[in-house]
Design a protein around this ligand. Structure first.
Ligand code: ADP
Ligand code: ASP
Ligand code: MG
Length: 417
C-alpha cells in the first residue's frame, strides 16, 4: 500500500474540535487507500509554556539563557506536549473506526544524537511500524519533535522540529508525499503576517526554501528542508483549515519561470555585539569565536574593521537571548588572557532582513537595488552579508516590518514572473 506522511502544527491541534478536524482529514487519506503516518505538534502555546516553566524552575542569574540548566531535563519537560496530542488524536481516530495507534519517539524509535534541545535524527528503523501496519494498523500517530539518544534519554529536535520529524519519516518509510498542514495555505513570498501583498507560490525550489527557512521563515524548520532535499521527498505545505492547493517544494528544474528574488525573510530578535579594539594578529578570530562556539552561541554575521594601528574592531550577530551567554564567554576568554579588548558593546534592538533567490546567480545589481530601496525609506543598514543566493542586512528592529515591505515592493514580489 502507498504511504503518506501528514504533519499538523500547533494551531491545527490547538483543541479537541481542531483535533476532530484533523482526524477527518486523516480518515479521508485512509479511505483513499494510504497507510498514514501522522506527525503532530503540541497544542499551540504549549511548548512555550513548558520552556517557560523550565526557565522558572532553574531560576537564577540568566536562567533564561540556554546552557544554564540541565538540557536533558529541558527535553524531558518540553517533549511532553506532543505526547498529549498524539494520544488524543489516536483516541479520536479510533472513535471514528480507524485503526490508529500513538507512537512516542522512543517507541518507534527515532534515534538521534545526544545534542539535547537541538538533536539531529540519525536513523528511524521502520521494523516496528512495518509490523504494526502488517497487523492492520491504518494510522500511526507519531509525536513530533522528539527522539531517543544513544544514552537512552528523550531528546528534542529544536523549535519547529516536528517538520523535521515528518520529513524524516517520509524518507524512512518511502512515503509518496509529505504534507505539512499549518495555519497558512502555503509558502508565500514573505510572511503573510507582515504584508498583505505577500503572494502564495505554487512551487519553490528546495535551495530557496532552505535559505528562507535558515534566514527566519519559520513555516518550515530548516533541517526538514535539508532532509527533503537530500532524500528527494515531495514536500507540500497546505492549510488545515481550507482545501486550497498548497505549495510544493521541489527541484529547481521543475520550476519554469521565476523572479530573481523568490522571497523575503526576517529574524526579529537579533543582537549585534562588538569587541572594540582587539589586537590585530594571526589567530585573533579563532581566539574570539572558539570560546563562543564552545559556549553554544549561534554566531551569524561577522565583520572585522581595522580601527587604529595594529588594532581592530570585531562585530558579530547572534540571537538576542544568547547575549548573556556570549558576554560570559568573551569575558572569560579575556580574564584568561586569551583575548584583550577595550570594551564590549551590545545592541539588542536589531533585526535581520534577507532576500533570497536562485535567480541572483545570473542577475547583477540585486544587492544594489536592495540597498537603494532601504535607503529610500530612510532605513540605515548596520551589517551586510551576502552569499550566492541571498543578501542579508541588520537594521534597527523598529524598522523591520517597513524593511520587509519595502523590499517586497522593490522586487515586485506581489507579481508573478
Ligand atoms: P505550525 O505550528 O503549523 O508549525 P508555524 O507557526 O511554525 O506553524 O509556521 C507557520 C507560520 O509561518 C505562518 O503562520 C506564518 O506567519 C509564518 N511564515 C513565515 N514566513 C512565511 C512564508 N514565507 N510563507 C508562509 N508562512 C510564513
Ligand atoms: N512543539 C514544538 C515547538 O513548538 C515543535 C513543533 O511545533 O514543531 O517548537
Ligand atoms: Mg512550525
Amino acid at each position: 500500500m502507498p504511504r503518506l506522511v501528514m504533519k499538523f502544527g500547533g494551531t491545527s491541534v490547538a483543541d479537541l474540535e481542531r483535533i476532530h478536524n484533523v482526524a477527518h482529514k486523516v480518515q479521508h487519506e485512509v479511505d483513499t487507500g494510504y497507510q498514514v503516518v501522522v506527525v503532530v505538534s503540541a497544542m499551540s502555546g504549549k511548548t512555550n509554556e513548558l520552556v517557560g516553566w523550565v526557565g522558572e524552575a532553574a531560576a537564577g542569574p540568566d536562567a533564561n539563557a540556554p546552557g544554564f540548566y540541565d538540557a536533558r531535563e529541558y527535553d524531558a519537560v518540553v517533549a511532553s506536549g506532543e505526547q498529549v496530542t498524539s494520544g488524543l488524536l489516536a483516541i479520536v481516530l479510533q472513535e471514528m473506526g480507524v485503526q490508529a495507534r500513538s507512537w512516542l519517539g522512543w517507541q518507534v524509535p527515532v534515534k538521534t544524537t545526544s545534542a539535547h534541545g537541538a538533536a539531529r535524527i540519525l536513523d528511524i528503523p521502520s521494523e516496528n511500524l512495518d509490523a504494526k501496519f502488517d497487523e492492520g494498523m491504518q494510522v500511526a500517530v507519531v509525536a513530533g519533535f522528539q527522539g531517543l539518544s544513544e544514552e537512552g534519554r528523550i531528546t528534542t529536535l529544536g523549535r519547529g522540529g516536528s517538520d523535521t520529524t515528518a520529513v524524516a519519516f517520509a524518507a524512512a518509510l518511502d512515503a509518496e508525499r509529505c504534507d505539512i498542514y499549518t495555519d497558512v495555505d502555503g509558502i508565500y513570498t514573505t510572511d503573510p503576517r507582515i504584508t498583505q501583498k505577500a503572494r502564495k507560490l505554487h512551487k519553490i525550489a528546495y535551495e530557496e526554501m532552505l535559505e528562507l527557512a535558515s534566514l527566519g521563515a519559520k513555516v518550515l524548520q530548516t533541517r526538514s528542508v535539508e532532509l527533503a532535499m537530500r532524500y528527494k521527498v515531495r514536500l507540500q505545505v497546505l492549510s488545515s483549515f481550507s482545501d486550497e492547493p498548497g505549495t510544493l517544494v521541489c527541484d529547481e528544474e521543475e520550476i519554469m519561470e521565476q523572479n530573481a528574488v523568490a522571497g523575503v525573510a526576517y529574524v526579529r530578535d537579533e543582537a549585534k555585539m562588538t569587541l572594540i579594539s582587539v589586537a590585530d594578529r594571526p589567530g585573533i578570530a579563532a581566539a574570539i569565536f572558539g570560546p563562543l562556539a564552545e559556549a553554544g552561541v549561534n554566531v551569524d554575521m561577522i565583520i572585522q574593521n581595522i580601527s587604529e594601528e595594529g588594532r581592530t574592531d570585531m562585530t558579530f550577530s547572534c540571537p538576542v537571548e544568547q547575549v548573556p551567554l556570549a558576554r560570559k564567554a568573551v569575558e572569560e576568554a579575556k580574564a584568561q588572557g586569551e583575548i584583550n579588548y577595550h570594551a564590549l558593546e551590545s545592541d539588542t534592538e536589531v533585526a535581520k532582513v534577507s532576500i533570497v533567490g536562485i535567480g541572483m546567480r545570473s542577475h547583477a545589481g540585486i544587492a544594489q537595488k536592495m540597498f537603494k530601496a532601504l535607503s529610500d525609506d530612510g532605513i540605515n543598514i548596520k551589517v551586510i552579508t551576502t552569499s550566492e543566493i541571498k543578501v542579508s542586512v541588520l537594521v534597527d528592529r523598529k524598522y523591520m516590518e517597513l524593511a520587509v515591505q519595502s523590499l517586497h515592493d522593490a522586487f515586485e514580489l506581489d507579481k508573478a514572473s
